[in-house]
Design a binder for this molecule. Structure first.
Ligand SMILES: [Zn+2]
Ligand SMILES: [Zn+2]
Length: 81
């Protein structure tokens, strides 16, 4: 099951489970669309994998399978990657 992390690893912008702005790699490193398409160029800075739109989880499923609340953030940000 996808973790559905709550924010972008680069800019800490909120990415709720129903957001269509979230991008993930196969390891669930999570970024916003802006960072994924600009500074990252569509590649995960952690593993080099491709970033894809994260599937959304509906409210009925979220009640049973809640999204992660564990915020993952790169302290140095993604600039310079
Ligand atoms: Zn971002
Ligand atoms: Zn990754």
């Amino acid at each position: 099951m996808l973790e559905l992390r709550p924010g972008c690893e680069c800019c800490d912008r909120d990415l709720p489970a129903d957001s269509d702005e979230a991008r993930v790699c196969s390891f669930e490193c999570t970024f916003c669309r802006t960072c994924a398409e600009t500074v990252l160029g569509g590649r995960c800075p952690n593993c080099g994998g491709e970033l894809q739109p994260r599937p959304r989880r509906g409210a009925d499923k979220l009640a049973k399978y809640p999204a992660s609340t564990q915020r993952v953030l790169k302290p140095q940000g993604c600039s310079g990657f």
